[in-house]
Design a protein around this ligand. Structure first.
Ligand code: BG6
Length: 505
């Protein structure tokens, strides 16, 4: 076991609101308002923003979906959702303030004139709530429905205010469909009006990777191929596919998580320092990284699918037994791979990436393993032995950063043991971390696209994923190959063993 040492904090730190100016008055229209994302994430996020006084005073939310409901019934459902999924306690006054501006419209945008009730309501809200013609359209609908909605909104004459369009992931299902979808969107909206969301970029700990790298001078000189032996990025989930079989069957882990969350984590880990924190400066650097990722060697790509197993003491079915999943499904629920970022900073340093559903625990980490000290002059080694330095960025849970160093064990002789320097968010900041969607919805209202994905990056991400999917085209996988609740397929360990390495966590 290693000893934990805590880094001293210089002064008590306060939590910032993260926003320098309040957003303009506006209406937020959520398409897909009866869906999972709306009640689990979007409305709880809006409630937390209202709770902290971060929403504009003149504000309205319009929920749009085909599911029949009244505004009253929808508000009540959303109140329950906030109670269940929100991070803040239910406060009657806060809820009333938000709910009084919430409306629901049952409509099918694909039918003739399906948009007119929504448009009329928005005009009414401009007058009644002073939302000034400013609109945020949030497309929480499957990619297949996006085009219809975008065309219908885009073809209507614009109100006098600004427009922002938030598009949920996945943006397309390959490079060609992403390009086609984008071509359609840009006939109606300018690039600076389009906010392609990847909620990982809204996570505090993900943004802290940028702070860690670019607010601290000591890491930059060693953040490269000369000092880092390899990088391991993991997005492990203990949950399964929940009720999303129809989506997941056509996506799989590679489209659901590798294309977006994993590549975003890789991009911010490997990117060059931007000249400033303006949207384009940051995004220019990220896209360079994604473009520099070489298609992976097929021998270093592992896919898996969970079979029956046990999670938290409960038996769970295998993926193929989930409702809505084909009995012979070859959709992957796990991917591990080795990639290289072919540029001056990283040439030759492997980045190992992995993600999976129904694994033994939920854990998202970025681990940098440094090269060993060139000539340690010590004979006696204790504990885990003389080990290379390791930096672990815990994205979630147990958010924080730890660094493993070798330290002298007290006493005679020179015995070395690994210890950890730890920074834990909750012990330092004493605040609950905001949900990613709070940050991102607010940023979109403010027109700040820094943490949203530009189309060139989306295309580069898909080009990479397309190269993996092409490798799989004619090979029938031997699924299932890992038990739910395990650490994933054995072949993922074999992938590391081939390089004389192991997964660090
Ligand atoms: C979503 C994926 O984008 O991210 C889900 O579609 C996944 O399959 C989720 O479970 C993970 O997000 P988080 O924030 O829980 O790590």
């Amino acid at each position: 076991m290693s000893t934990k040492t805590e880094i001293e904090v210089e002064a008590p730190v306060a939590a910032g609101s993260g926003s320098e100016r309040p957003p303009d008055p506006c209406s937020l229209v959520i398409f897909g308002a009866s869906g999972d994302l709306t009640h689990r994430k979007l409305i709880p996020a809006l409630y937390s923003l209202e709770y902290r006084g971060l929403l504009p005073e003149n504000f309205a939310v319009v929920g749009v979906a085909r599911t029949e409901s009244s505004t009253e019934a929808w508000r009540e459902k959303m109140r329950e959702a906030v109670t269940e999924f929100g991070r803040d306690p239910m406060d009657k006054d806060v809820w009333e303030r938000l709910a009084s501006g919430m409306h629901y419209v049952t409509t099918d945008f694909s039918s003739e004139g399906g948009e007119s009730d929504v448009m009329k309501l928005l005009e009414r809200l401009d007058k009644e709530r002073g939302t000034k013609g400013n609109r945020v359209y949030y497309l929480a609908v499957p990619p297949t429905a996006i085009r219809t909605v975008v065309d219908k909104i885009g073809e209507r004459p614009r109100a006098k205010g600004w427009v922002r369009l938030i598009v949920e992931k996945p943006f397309g299902r390959d490079c060609a469909s992403a390009k086609a979808m984008n071509e359609d969107i840009v006939t109606h909206f300018a690039e600076n009006e389009i906010f392609r969301i990847d909620h990982y970029l809204g996570k505090e700990t993900v943004q802290n990777v940028l702070a860690f790298r670019f607010a601290n001078g000591i890491f930059e000189p060693i953040w490269n191929r000369r000092y880092i032996d390899n990088v391991q990025i993991t997005v492990a989930e203990s949950i399964g596919i929940e009720d999303r079989a129809s989506f997941y069957e056509s996506a799989g882990a590679v489209r659901d998580v590798v294309q977006n969350h994993l590549l975003q984590l890789l991009a911010i880990t490997a990117m060059e320092p931007p000249a400033d924190f303006e949207a384009d400066a940051v995004r220019n650097e990220k896209v360079k990284v994604v473009r520099a990722i070489a298609p992976p060697d097929p021998a270093y790509v592992v896919r898996g699918q969970y079979g029956p197993g046990e999670i938290d003491g409960k038996k769970v079915p295998g993926y193929r037994e989930e409702p809505g999943v084909a009995a012979e499904s070859s959709t992957e629920t796990y991917v591990a791979l080795k990639v290289f970022v072919d540029n001056w900073r990283w040439a030759g340093t492997p980045f190992y990436l992995r993600t999976g559903k129904h694994l033994s625990s939920r854990s998202t980490t970025i681990v940098a393993l440094f090269r060993p000290a060139p000539h340690p002059p010590f004979l006696e080694i204790a504990g885990e032995g003389l080990r290379p330095n390791v930096l672990v960025i815990h994205i979630q849970p147990n958010e924080g950063i730890s660094i493993r160093i070798g330290a002298k064990v007290p006493g005679q002789g020179m015995t070395i043991q690994p210890v950890h320097l730890n920074f834990e968010y909750d012990r330092v900041f004493h605040v609950q971390l905001p949900e990613a969607y709070e940050k991102l919805i607010l940023d979109a209202m403010l027109g700040d696209a820094t943490l949203f994905t530009r189309i060139d990056e989306v295309e580069a991400q898909w080009a990479f994923v397309d190269s993996i999917v092409a490798q799989w085209k004619n090979a029938k996988p031997d699924f299932p190959n890992y038990a739910a609740g395990s650490k994933g397929p054995k072949s993922a360990d074999a992938l590391m063993a081939r390089d004389n390495r192991v997964w660090c966590l």
